[in-house]
Design a protein around this ligand. Structure first.
Ligand SMILES: [Zn+2]
Length: 396
């Protein structure tokens, strides 16, 4: 077998029968892939690392992050700052046409689903939906995207895939997510699984491999703004694979950033608690970086952010809307490109943190204004508008 799945709690190894991202023994832990093969880059883009992706073939997705060192930010931060730029900025070779790293996740998740012969349903607050809307046609499956009404204005593509169905949910992200899950059950298709889906995380883990190939080492510190924490866990997992393969010797400190006032991971981390608090309000109402509003992040469970930050000596830090906007302005002055709010939060958090050594800042989204100059962006209308479970029957 190319890979097996491993429970991060009890260590049980099992075969992947498709969309079983939970331990057969009942643990609520993260399930990771284990690849017996060694590091073996070959080819281009993310498919260069295909032997460490949970798929047999590849599709025509060609996007990848652009890596560079930033002397300007290094002097601001007082450390050696490297950027992983995910976005649209052809001047530096960055051509992610939905502007965020979500499209890298989507490309491999779609391939994974297609190889399992599964149609999928998932919820998104915007970037993920845009990625799946744009790239679903790479695979011959049906994709159902559930997006809350209040972030629907963020949905865009330049050509909507015919096999993608866009469902607007009159409710919160939690509502959208619950309805996507129920719809999958009702229809007998798969709930895509978000950050628990190994295809998504292993897609993002390719950043660690690309960094190592470019610079010959892993960073001392990895910085990223997180909603669910998928990208940060993926970078940790990728780094661990490189260490196990004898390619690197030290795990990067994993640092995650969130946007005030909704900072469940930062709050729990500062309490030194494994438990995420409960928040009664809808964070989409109060947060500038709306993609950072996950109420159920991958934090508490074994193999989640609490364990990873503890193991690597990392931490969690918050930044305000004002700090994020100032950071975004600084980045635009240096590089001439606009950051997405979440990426600005990550930069703001880095600027206020005391770190040294080699720091990798993941710019998870950028260049929407730049994209609009080159592409005629479409704002697709929902195929269906629903409010509750009863409406699921109406979705064809
Ligand atoms: Zn287990």
């Amino acid at each position: 077998m190319k890979y097996s799945l491993v429970c991060r709690n009890c260590g049980l190894k099992f075969q992947d029968n498709g969309f079983a991202f939970s331990c057969p023994a009942g643990c609520s832990s993260i399930i990771s892939t284990h690849y017996p093969s060694l590091f073996h880059p070959k080819g281009q883009g993310i498919w260069r690392y295909a032997n460490w992706l949970p798929v047999e073939g590849e599709n025509s997705y060609i996007g990848k992050p652009v890596l560079f060192k930033s002397p300007e930010l290094s002097s601001e931060v007082g450390a050696e700052v490297y950027i992983a730029f995910h976005g649209y900025f052809p001047e530096i070779g960055a051509e992610l046409i939905t502007c965020t790293f979500k499209e890298i996740e989507a490309a491999v998740s779609l391939r994974y689903a297609a190889e399992k012969g599964a149609d999928i349903a998932l919820a998104s607050v915007g970037n993920t939906a845009n990625a799946f809307l744009t790239f679903s046609h790479y695979e011959d499956i049906n994709v159902y995207l559930f997006v809350p009404e209040r972030v629907f204005e963020c949905v865009f593509c330049y050509e909507k895939s015919e096999n993608a169905t866009l469902v607007m949910v009159d409710g919160s992200y939690d509502d959208a997510s619950n309805l996507a899950r129920k719809f999958a059950e009702l229809k007998g298709i798969e709930y895509e699984g978000g950050g628990r889906n190994v295809a998504r995380r292993d897609a993002l883990a390719t950043l660690a491999y690309a960094f190592l190939e470019t610079y010959g080492f892993l960073p001392d510190v990895y910085f990223q703004a997180v909603g669910s924490g998928t990208g940060a866990i993926a970078f940790y997992e990728g780094s661990r694979r490189l260490i196990d393969s004898g390619m690197a010797d030290k795990l990067p400190r994993i640092v995650v950033a969130q946007n005030e006032p909704f900072t469940p991971i930062v709050d729990a981390w500062q309490r030194k608690s494994r438990e995420i608090g409960s928040y009664e309000y809808d964070p989409l109402d109060v947060v500038y970086a709306k993609v950072l509003t996950n109420k159920n992040p991958l934090y508490s469970m074994r193999g989640g952010l609490y364990d990873i930050m503890g193991e690597t000596g990392g931490f969690a830090v918050s930044a305000s809307e004002r700090e994020a906007k100032e950071a975004g302005k600084l980045f635009r002055e240096i590089y001439g490109v606009d950051l997405y709010p979440a990426a600005a939060v990550a930069l703001a958090a880095l600027l206020k943190s005391n770190v040294d050594g080699k720091v990798l800042l993941n710019i998870t989204g950028a260049g929407f204004r730049r994209l609009k100059k080159d592409y005629r962006i479409k704002r697709p209308k929902p195929d269906f508008v629903i409010t509750d479970e009863d409406d699921l029957e109406t979705i064809a």
